[in-house]
Design a protein around this ligand. Sequence first.
Ligand SMILES: [Mg+2]
Length: 336
Amino acid sequence: MTRRVARVQNVAGSLYGLAYGDALGKPTEFQTYETIVATYGPDGPRELTGRPALVTDDTQMALAVGEAMLAAPAITPSVLEPLLRRAFLEWAASPDNNRAPGNTCLQACAALHDGRPWQQATVARSKGCGANMRVTPVGLHPDLDEDQRAGLAQLQAGLTHGHPTGLAASELTAYACRWLASGLAPGDLLEALRERSDSQRKIYREEWLGDLWTRYPSTSPEEFIALGWDETAAALDRVRDALAAGDYTGDPCRATGAGWIAEEALATALYCYLISPDEPVAVLGRGAASSGDSDSIACLAGAFAGASLGLSAWPAAWQQQIEYTDRLARIARSWE
Ligand SMILES: [Mg+2]
């Protein structure tokens, strides 16, 4: 694999990139591609608006994951589960939880509230992108070993989204940030993610997931998790084919999916990013100018671009304008 020299402030670059994409995609989420283009032009929205520029549940929940990790004296399942549960419940009860939150998260939080095991609270068949839109802090923590990073990426997904594809797509989203922040060349990213899909296909992380697999009609833990990796791998292959096809104009959701589900949010974010990995603001505009889950697509694409390019890739003035800048900066400071 080719590696570039890692630039500075990659954690901040990724966390802010997530929030910037989320803010740019917020007004376009429920619009058609034609309406978005009529308003913003074919390059999509590229200027933050409002002071502060408001984000959505994507950034709010990523902050919840990151802050649960900051509060953890050790990265183990028994330490993280109650911290994540508490952070999600605080988010659910917050007056700021008014940004078109996902139904799966609301439903699971209502069930997590009474203290039952999370495997019973999760929405077992949901693979909505709410599981991976918030996972990037797991990828950005600098000191996790492989089991901690993969296990925690899946655990934080499983608390609300029990479908195996939510788990697999979350792990890959975290690893994409990790590898890009460490200097992996964007041109090598897809192949690296695809190899990880293959290598993890039969690995059920029981220490982190417990008996989650029994909530799904699978005959074994291995069969359960393989379904998630297979669906995610197929989505990665669609990204490869779409990039090879070479026509990058129009609605990106036509190429790789609308992004409401986990593997498509990852795929369409990767597609928007990999078309022009050295033009980060263009990446955000492309993700926001999409007919599907625009805020989630743009936020993940921004997290990838920022992880690779660092904080200086973004317009400096945006840092003061974006909502929750203090909370984003605090996580970044802890991990840079
Ligand atoms: Mg959102």
